[in-house]
Design a protein around this ligand. Structure first.
Ligand SMILES: Cc1ncc(COP(=O)(O)O)c(C=O)c1O
Length: 340
């Protein structure tokens, strides 16, 4: 701000930030993008809305594996397109198979929205599973929006692969969404971006320049500092998150009447609470579904979670471990007591 970076910038981001995004992507994943293929937006959510608006017509179908991040279906509906939900299960690690993808494609299919690591499940697609999806995308000529916002939060034993890395025929159908919100814990700065083929980027650029103009100038400079600065903070943060994750899932494994697939990334545990349905709690409260469960957990144990209904997965509840160990310990004690 003192340097005077407080005025309008180019609508889709300053060149130095676009270059920093390309450099970081190549440094981390070995895939090259040009600044003309980057659009910087006011957060990853804004970037997703831009992509859908630029690429989908009313009536187009967008395939979304469930459970999915709550905004996906709402954003698809906002542009008049139709969310096609494909159910995945805890047993399959909440990953959609290539066969499920192929079966969901119709002549109206425009896009697949993929999110690995996933919010809400923490699922990380194995590399072979991703590659199999990529082959179907090429075969069926479907655009893939790959939301890679949790790419830097990957736990021991799991591997992240960007969807753009499976060859030119895949890259030309892929739109990567990412940003500084999760990797650098800069949620409030509101900087996200897309990496997309130049023709798609051009369409997104035209849209954004009329709708919102540039993302906050000050935040853009802050994002450059994040991307070009020392990266040790990422591994330090990951060590902390690994500890929190191991602690939380260790505690939850021994709690009665719940089950979950271990999260390979992100910072959530998505657990099945349906065994508790039909129970009557002290005070006569009956738990019939995941929303009842969350309300009772909040009111009686003061633990805040989100019902799986919001993510297209009734019977489940999402817990976030993006908080201090001290709060997690208190939360786990309270959850355990509540479940018992
Ligand atoms: C899967 C996923 N995509 C995108 C976003 C949005 O990120 P941003 O805060 O940069 O808009 C979130 C935020 O929670 C998310 O979980």
């Amino acid at each position: 701000m003192e340097a005077g970076h407080t005025h309008y910038t180019p609508a889709t981001g300053i060149p130095a930030l676009k270059q920093a995004i390309c450099d970081a992507f190549e440094r981390d994943y070995g895939v090259k993008y040009k600044p003309a293929e980057v659009t910087v937006s006011s957060g990853a959510k804004h970037a997703i809305h831009n992509v859908l608006t630029a690429c989908c017509d009313p009536g187009d179908e967008v395939i979304i594996p469930t459970p999915y991040w709550v905004s996906y279906s709402a954003l698809v509906e906002l542009v008049g397109a139709i969310p096609v939900l494909v159910e995945t299960t805890e047993e399959s690690g909440f990953c959609m198979t290539a066969e499920q993808f192929r079966n969901a494609v119709t002549p109206k299919t425009r896009m697949l929205m993929l999110n690995s690591p996933s919010n809400p499940t923490g699922a990380v697609y194995p590399v072979e599973a991703l590659e199999a999806l990529a082959r179907v995308a090429v075969e069926k000529d479907v655009i893939v929006l790959s939301d890679e916002i949790y790419d830097k939060l990957i736990y021991n034993g799991y591997t992240f692969r960007t969807f753009a890395s499976f060859g030119d025929d895949v890259r030309e159908r892929t739109i990567i969404v990412n940003g500084v919100s999760k990797a650098y814990a800069m949620t409030g700065w509101r900087i996200g971006w897309t990496l997309a083929p130049a023709n798609v980027s051009k369409a997104i650029d035209g849209l954004q320049s009329q709708q919102t103009s540039n993302p906050c100038s000050i935040s853009q400079y802050a994002a450059i500092a994040g991307l070009n600065g020392p990266q040790e903070c990422l591994s330090e943060m990951l060590v902390e998150f690994q500890k929190r994750r191991d602690y939380v899932i260790g505690r939850m494994r021994s709690m009665p009447g719940i089950s979950f697939a271990d999260p390979g990334g992100a910072f959530y545990v998505f657990f099945n609470v349906s065994q508790h349905f039909g129970r009557t709690l002290p005070g006569g409260v009956v738990v019939d579904n995941a929303s009842d469960f969350c309300t009772a957990l909040l009111e009686q144990a003061h633990v805040a979670t989100v019902t799986g209904d919001a993510f297209g997965a009734p019977g489940y509840v999402r817990l976030s471990f993006a908080t201090s160990m001290e709060i997690l310990e208190r939360g786990m004690d309270a959850l355990e007591k509540f479940l018992s």
